[in-house]
Design a protein around this ligand. Structure first.
Ligand code: NOJ
Length: 796
C-alpha cells in the first residue's frame, strides 16, 4: 500500500512530430461554489465506490452484450483487443509493424490511432467489421487536445479563462469535428498538476491547482463525451497521464517523480478523480516512475485507487511504448516481464509497444498471467466500445465530414475562448493613463516580432487537424482594423536568430510610429509540449535584445507574449508598461487580441499558475506549506530582510512575479473584509455534513466594489487555510471561484456557500476526513491578496 521510489533509469527521448490544435466559446453566468465543489471531493475510503451520475459505461444491457461476446472469443482474439498501433504519423518510436491491415483481419488489433478522415477510418473499419471473425469494430484515437480543426487556445490558456463552460464548449466542438472525421476517442484531457514551468507539457494542462484543475477536467470530459456516450458525435475522453507525470524532477520530461501518498491524494489525484466522476471512459498510464514504480506498471495507482477505490469501469491505455519502457525504468529484464507487470498492474491496452501482442499468449499458457486478468481487460475495452455505440454504428458518414469543420459558430466560440484566455499582466500609466486599451485613433503602430505574423504558431503545439492557414495573426487583424498605412510591421528576426539589420529595421519602425507592439515568445512546436523541457526560461534567441532596443526608443510599448509557459522576464516586468500573456490563442488569435488591445473587449484571464521571477524558484506554487521558518517578508531576498535563518533565497524573493489567480483588466476593484456566518463548527457536525454532499455548513462573503470608470469583471476566489491539523496543510487552498461583473462604482456582496468537503483532506492517518482546526478564509482577487477571517472547527 505504500508507494515506492527510485531514480529514473534510461528514458529515451523521442522526436516528437508536433501536431496542431483547437478550440472554444462564450461565457456563462456564475460558476458558483456549488458546482465547483462537486469537482474536488476527496478520495473515498478504500473499497468504497462512489456513485456516478451520468455517462455510465456499464448497464445491464451493455454487460450482457460484453458477456456474450467474451464467451465467443479465443484467447488470441481477446489479446487482440488489448493491442493498439499508430496508423499514421509517429509521435514516438515506431513499432516497426507494417502489417496493420492483416492484423485487423486476424482480430489482432483493438484500436488504431493517428488515422483521421471518414474515408480512411471507414476503410480500416470495414476490414475489422467485414473480414475479422467476430466483427469487432476498431476504436480510432487521436490527440485532440485543444480542438480538432477549429483550434482553441492551448490548454493552459483555456485554464486561464477560469471558465469551465468555455472548456466544455470547446471540447464539444472538438468532438463534433473529430467524430465527423472518424475519431471517436481523444487522448485528452491532460489533467496533470504541474508546478514547474521548465516542463514543456505545463502548456497542455490546467496549471498548478487541484481545485481549478478538477473543474476543468470535469468540463473537458463532459464536452467530449456529450450528453450520451453512444451518440455518434460523442468522443470518449482519456484522462492522462496517470499519474504524477507533471511532477517530473527538474521539469525534465519523462523524469521520475517522488510524491508522498498525502500529496498524491491532495494535489495530483483530484483532477483525475474529477474526470472519472464525470464519466471519462478511459485513462492513460504515464511515462514516469512514481516513487520507483513506473506509472504504467503501478498496481497501487491503477488497480487499487482507480479501479477499486473509485470504481472506474472503463479501460486504461498505456502511453506511447510506456509498457516497454518498464524495462528501461529497471523493473523488467525482458519484454515478457514488462508486459506481465503492466497488465497485472491494470494497463488494459498496450499503445505501440508490441509487447502484449508478442507475449501475452505465452504468459497465459504458462500460467504467469491468469486468464481472468485478460478477461477483465477485454471486458473493459468491449464495455467502452458497446457503451459508445460502436457496434451499432461503426462507420462515419463521409458526406458530412467537410461541413462539420471550422463552422462560423465554431470560430466564434474559438474567438470567445481566446479573448477570455489572455491575461493582462501589467498596464502601467503612460502620459497619465494606463497604456491599454489603445485608442483606435492612433496614427501609427509599429508591430514588431517573430510572432506577429506567424499563423502556424497561433495553433500551438498540439494541432490535430488545425492549420496555420486558418489562423488570423495579430498582423492580419491589426491591418484589417487600422489599414496597411497605420501598421508599420517589422519582423525583427526569427524566434531563435536575428541579424543586426532585422533589429535596426524594428527600431526604425518603432521610431516612426506612435506606439509599438512587440509579439515575442517561444516556437510552439519545438519549445512547448512534449520533449520540450527548458532550463532557461527567458526569451529565446535575440528577442530580449530586440525588446530592450525597441524600448530604448522611448515609445509606449505593449508586449504580447506567445508562450506555452510563463517566462522569467524581470526586465520586461519592470520596464515595459503593458504586458499580455497570450499563450497560443488558436485560429482567432489576432481578432481576439485586437479586441483586447483596443478595448472592444476587456481582459478577463487569470493565471492558472504562479509566474516565476527566476528559474531557480521552480517548482513554484502558491499552495505550499508554511515551513517551520517562514520568511516574514517573503517579498525581499535575505540581504534586505531582517533575519537570516528563515526559509528564503539570499538572492531572490520568495514571491512569484505574478501570483496564481492574478489578472488585471481595464478597471479596478476593491475587496472588502471577508466574513463568515459561523465562528465555530463542531467537527461532528462537519462529519455529518460530509455524508450529505453539497450541504452548506458556512457562508463566506465579502463586498466587492468596482473602483474604476469602466464596467468590468473580477474573478472572486475563495481560499482556505487549516492550522492545527494532523498533517501540515498549505498556506492557502483554492476552494471556490466566481466571476463578478460590476458597473463603475457598483458594490456587490458576494457569497460562497461552503460545504464540508472544503475542509476535508487526506490526513496523517492515511484517510480523507475533517479534523478540528483553526480555519482562515479569504475572498480575494488572487492567491496573494485579500483580507481574511477565521473560524474554528472544534473538537466535539
Ligand atoms: C505520447 C504523449 O505523452 C501522449 O500525451 C499522447 O497522447 C501519446 N503520445 C499519443 O500520441
Amino acid at each position: 500500500m505504500k508507494l515506492r521510489s527510485t531514480s529514473l533509469g534510461n528514458v529515451h527521448a523521442f522526436l516528437f512530430a508536433a501536431l496542431r490544435t483547437v478550440s472554444c466559446a462564450a461565457l456563462l453566468a456564475l460558476y458558483g461554489l456549488s458546482l465547483a465543489s462537486a469537482q474536488t471531493a476527496k478520495a473515498p475510503a478504500p473499497g468504497k465506490t462512489p456513485a456516478k451520475t451520468e455517462n455510465q459505461l456499464s448497464s445491464p444491457a451493455v454487460e450482457a452484450k460484453v458477456r456474450a461476446l467474451l464467451a465467443k472469443m479465443t484467447l488470441e482474439e481477446k489479446i487482440g483487443q488489448l493491442v493498439q498501433y499508430s496508423a499514421g504519423a509517429a509521435t514516438g518510436p515506431t513499432s516497426g509493424r507494417t502489417d496493420d491491415k492483416d492484423m485487423i483481419r486476424k482480430g489482432q488489433i483493438g484500436s488504431l490511432f493517428n488515422v483521421t478522415g471518414a474515408r480512411a477510418t471507414n476503410e480500416l473499419q470495414h476490414i475489422a467489421v467485414d473480414e475479422s471473425r467476430l466483427r469487432i469494430p476498431l476504436i480510432f484515437g487521436l490527440d485532440v487536445i485543444h480542438g480538432f480543426r477549429t483550434t482553441f487556445p492551448l490548454n493552459l490558456g483555456l485554464a486561464a479563462t477560469w471558465d469551465p463552460e468555455i472548456v466544455r464548449k470547446a471540447s464539444r466542438i472538438a468532438a463534433l469535428e473529430a467524430s465527423a472525421a472518424g475519431v471517436r476517442w481523444t487522448f485528452s484531457p491532460m489533467v496533470d498538476i504541474a508546478r514547474d514551468a521548465r516542463w514543456g507539457r505545463i502548456s497542455e494542462g490546467s496549471g498548478e491547482d487541484p481545485f481549478l484543475g478538477s473543474a476543468m477536467a470535469d468540463a473537458y470530459v463532459r464536452g467530449y463525451q456529450g450528453e450520451k456516450l453512444e451518440a455518434p458525435d460523442s468522443v470518449v475522453a482519456c484522462a492522462k497521464h496517470y499519474v504524477g507525470y507533471g511532477a517530473a524532477e527538474g521539469g525534465r520530461d519523462y523524469n521520475s517523480t517522488e510524491i508522498s501518498e498525502h500529496s498524491l491524494r491532495e494535489y495530483y489525484l483530484p483532477p483525475f478523480h474529477a474526470a472519472e466522476k464525470a464519466g471519462a471512459g478511459t485513462f492513460m498510464s504515464a511515462f514516469n516512475a512514481l516513487n520507483g514504480i513506473p506509472a504504467s506498471a503501478n498496481p497501487f495507482t491503477i488497480k487499487q485507487i482507480l479501479k477499486k477505490e473509485w470504481g472506474f469501469e472503463g479501460f486504461v491505455v498505456s502511453d506511447w511504448t510506456s509498457v516497454s519502457e518498464v524495462m528501461a525504468h529497471g523493473i523488467a529484464l525482458d519484454g515478457a516481464t514488462a508486459a506481465r507487470k503492466a497488465l497485472l498492474a491494470g494497463v488494459d491496452m498496450d499503445m505501440q509497444s508490441n509487447l502484449y501482442h508478442q507475449n501475452l499468449l505465452k504468459l497465459v499458457q504458462s500460467g504467469k498471467v491468469p486468464q481472468a486478468a485478460i478477461d477483465d481487460a477485454v471486458r473493459r475495452i468491449l464495455r467502452v466500445k458497446f457503451a459508445m455505440g460502436l457496434f451499432a454504428h461503426p462507420y462515419t458518414e463521409e458526406n458530412l465530414e467537410a461541413s462539420a469543420m471550422l463552422r462560423p459558430e465554431s470560430r466564434a466560440a474559438a474567438k470567445a475562448a481566446a479573448t477570455k484566455s489572455i491575461v493582462l499582466l501589467r498596464n502601467e500609466a503612460v502620459s497619465g493613463a494606463p497604456l491599454l486599451p489603445l485608442s483606435a485613433n492612433v496614427s501609427s503602430l509599429a508591430l514588431i516580432g517573430p510572432l506577429a505574423d506567424d499563423a502556424s504558431n497561433m495553433i500551438g503545439s498540439w494541432g490535430a487537424l488545425g492549420r496555420g492557414q486558418d489562423a488570423v495573426t495579430l498582423r492580419l487583424a491589426l491591418t484589417q482594423k487600422l489599414g496597411e498605412s497605420r501598421v508599420h510591421y517589422a519582423k525583427g528576426g526569427e524566434i531563435l536568430t536575428a541579424s543586426e539589420g532585422d533589429i535596426s529595421a524594428a527600431v526604425s519602425a518603432a521610431q516612426n510610429s506612435d506606439t509599438a507592439i512587440l509579439a515575442l515568445g517561444e516556437d510552439a512546436p519545438s519549445m512547448t509540449g512534449e520533449a520540450a523541457a527548458r532550463a532557461q526560461l527567458g526569451l529565446p534567441g535575440r528577442q530580449q535584445e530586440l525588446l530592450e532596443k525597441v524600448a530604448a526608443t522611448g515609445k509606449p510599448l505593449v508586449l504580447v507574449l506567445f508562450t506555452g509557459r510563463p517566462l522569467t522576464l524581470p526586465w520586461a516586468f519592470e520596464h515595459v508598461p503593458a504586458v499580455l500573456a497570450a499563450w497560443y490563442p488558436g485560429v482567432e488569435a489576432g481578432n481576439a487580441l485586437t479586441d483586447l488591445l483596443f478595448g472592444e473587449a476587456a481582459p478577463s484571464g487569470h493565471l492558472p499558475l504562479s509566474w516565476p521571477r527566476s528559474v531557480g524558484q521552480e517548482p513554484l506554487y502558491y499552495n505550499q506549506l508554511n515551513t517551520g521558518r517562514p520568511a516574514s517578508d517573503p517579498d525581499h531576498p535575505a540581504e534586505k530582510g531582517e533575519a537570516k535563518y528563515v526559509s528564503r533565497y539570499i538572492d531572490e524573493k520568495n514571491t512569484p512575479q505574478f501570483p496564481f489567480g492574478f489578472g488585471l483588466t481595464y478597471t479596478s476593484f476593491r475587496y472588502g473584509a471577508t466574513s463568515a456566518s459561523a465562528k465555530e463548527i463542531p467537527v461532528s457536525a462537519l462529519r455529518q455534513a460530509l455524508q450529505e454532499k453539497g450541504r452548506k455548513v458556512v457562508t463566506v462573503s465579502s463586498e466587492i466594489t468596482n473602483t474604476g470608470s469602466r464596467a468590468g469583471e473580477t474573478m472572486a476566489q475563495l481560499y482556505v487555510r487549516l492550522d492545527g491539523t494532523s498533517i501540515a496543510m498549505p498556506v492557502r487552498m483554492l476552494k471556490g471561484f466566481q466571476p463578478v461583473m460590476l458597473a463603475p462604482s457598483e458594490t456587490r456582496k458576494l457569497t460562497f456557500d461552503v460545504d464540508a468537503e472544503k475542509f476535508a483532506f487526506w490526513g496523517a492517518e492515511n484517510r480523507s476526513g475533517v479534523e478540528p482546526a483553526h480555519v482562515t478564509l479569504w475572498i480575494a482577487p488572487s492567491s496573494a491578496e485579500g483580507q481574511s477571517t477565521t473560524l474554528d472547527i472544534t473538537e466535539r
